[in-house]
Design a binder for this molecule. Structure first.
Ligand SMILES: Nc1ncnc2c1ncn2[C@@H]1O[C@H](COP(=O)(O)OP(=O)(O)OP(=O)(O)O)[C@@H](O)[C@H]1O
Length: 261
């Protein structure tokens, strides 16, 4: 499948009696990177899980082009979309290459051997290289640093060969160099990508579009330059910022000044 659009249509989710997503509707353009912004607890992870098919919404639906995510079988979904979670388990007694190989499960005959997935070995090696973890391939997974694990998770997701990539705070363990490299590589993949981000400067630099949630409601959605305004940031995050053209780059430059009093 070429990169599909993602249509979130009136999605409502209630957890523990509280409305966590309230009739959220938006469209993510095919092959583009959409940044998902919002304060802690605004519903970003819940939205990503709902788009990934892990959480069924109480109302509304999620479409990849015209396919309803929640009607697809788990195996079909895993061939279409991959999710990189915020914090993943660290107790696996596996080598890095084996962790990345887990991304191939949906491409194998059910309960079948690796031979039932002839493209699998190459896909794993490509994914290791793209996520820049090929040098870690034979290391035990549990002995990796937080940032190394995050890149291995990207590799596992890429080994799925998805058309849609969902990233939950993908750069939170990465140093500055790896943050920029990670997002540049993700952009270069041409997949329909949704990334929950806290860093507005990174969002401005690497996203085509932004979606902003506040207390489970969609408060803004559109191209970066239209969404990322001082008024919006003050309203949603309670922070005064200036947003100016970047002195050397074709993107906005966000500079925070302080908390709104
Ligand atoms: N299983 C659950 N039961 C009850 N409430 C939940 C559950 N999971 C999440 N919530 C609540 O739903 C709200 C949204 O959570 P979510 O994790 O989607 O926010 P988020 O925007 O990803 O936050 P953060 O930026 O802190 O990661 C929060 O108030 C959270 O406490």
């Amino acid at each position: 499948m070429t990169a599909p659009s993602i249509v979130v249509d009136g999605v409502g989710v209630t957890l523990g009696g509280a409305v966590v997503l309230d009739a959220v509707s938006l469209t993510c353009r095919p092959g583009r990177v959409t940044g998902l912004l919002g304060p802690n607890g605004s519903g970003k992870t819940t939205l990503l899980h709902t788009v990934a098919g892990l959480r069924r919404p109480a109302t509304g639906r999620v479409l990849l082009d015209d396919q309803d995510v929640h009607v697809l079988r788990a195996r079909e979904r895993a061939r279409l979309l991959a999710l990189v979670e915020q914090d993943a388990s660290t107790s696996l007694d596996l080598r890095v290459r084996q962790v990345v190989d887990l991304g191939r499960i949906a491409h194998r005959v059910r309960f079948g051997p690796p031979q039932s997935d002839p493209g699998g070995i190459d896909a794993v090696e490509r994914a290791l290289a793209t996520a820049r973890v090929d040098h870690l391939a034979d290391r035990p997974w549990h002995a990796l640093s937080g940032g190394e694990r995050q890149r291995v998770h990207l590799a596992r997701a890429l080994a799925q060969e998805p058309s849609v990539l969902l990233l939950d705070e993908p750069t939170n363990h990465l140093d500055l160099g790896h943050q920029l490299d990670f997002l540049e590589r993700v952009r270069g993949l041409g997949l329909t990508t949704v990334a929950a981000l806290h860093d507005l400067e990174l969002a401005a630099a690497y996203c085509d579009d932004l979606v902003v949630l506040d207390r489970g409601r969609l408060v803004a959605h559109g191209p970066v330059a239209e969404v990322l305004t001082p008024a919006l940031v003050a309203e949603v995050y309670g922070v005064r910022v200036t947003v100016e053209p970047h002195p050397t780059q074709p993107r906005p430059h966000v500079r925070w000044e302080g908390v709104v009093r």
